[in-house]
Design a binder for this molecule. Structure first.
Ligand SMILES: [Zn+2]
Ligand SMILES: [Zn+2]
Ligand SMILES: [Zn+2]
Length: 167
């Protein structure tokens, strides 16, 4: 991602997609990816971390609402801390004003991963657990019990926000 004011490369996004341009000293807010369901913002600055599901793509620094994340431009999956995920869920649910949507659920595509396809946590190399998220929405998430990283596939945070239930 480049500075909207001068076009220089942006090296880091802060809270809520805010960035400071080192070249022209502008303080701006990054716009989400044009086709992102979840409002994912990416900087174009690659991390050393390979995407957990696309092996040929590295994650980029970015944000979801107020929280720094690492995300994949190709599959739009997101790696974030469990504490940030919990806050994101409660804020997204509180702010959502559309109709309740249960969403389509295909167990083959959307259910927890089986033993052979569990993801490896890029931060601590532990095999991640794959299970149904205990809150609203029928969503399977991947979580590292050691460093508390959570992997969300594209659309999962929106599905949780739109699901029926207490807001
Ligand atoms: Zn600039
Ligand atoms: Zn990916
Ligand atoms: Zn981990």
């Amino acid at each position: 991602m480049n500075c909207e004011s001068c076009g220089a490369p942006v090296s880091r996004l802060g809270r809520a997609g805010r960035y400071h341009c080192d070249y022209c000293a502008s303080q701006l807010v990054a716009t989400p990816l044009r086709d992102s369901i979840d409002g994912l913002v990416l900087t174009g600055t690659s991390t050393e971390t390979a995407c957990l599901t696309c092996s040929d793509e590295n994650l980029e620094l970015g944000s979801l609402d107020a929280y720094p994340i690492e995300g994949c431009r190709k599959c739009q999956g997101v790696l974030l801390q469990r504490s940030a995920f919990a806050q994101l869920v409660s804020e997204r649910r509180a702010e959502y004003v559309g109709p309740d949507r249960a969403g389509e659920f295909d167990p083959a595509l959307d259910g927890p991963r089986d033993h052979h396809s569990r993801l490896t946590c890029p931060n601590c190399q532990t095999l991640m657990d794959s299970f149904f998220y205990a809150g609203p929405g029928r969503v399977a998430i991947d979580s590292c019990c050691r460093c508390e990283s959570v992997w969300l596939d594209c659309g999962e945070i929106s599905r949780i926000a739109e699901a029926p239930g207490r807001r």
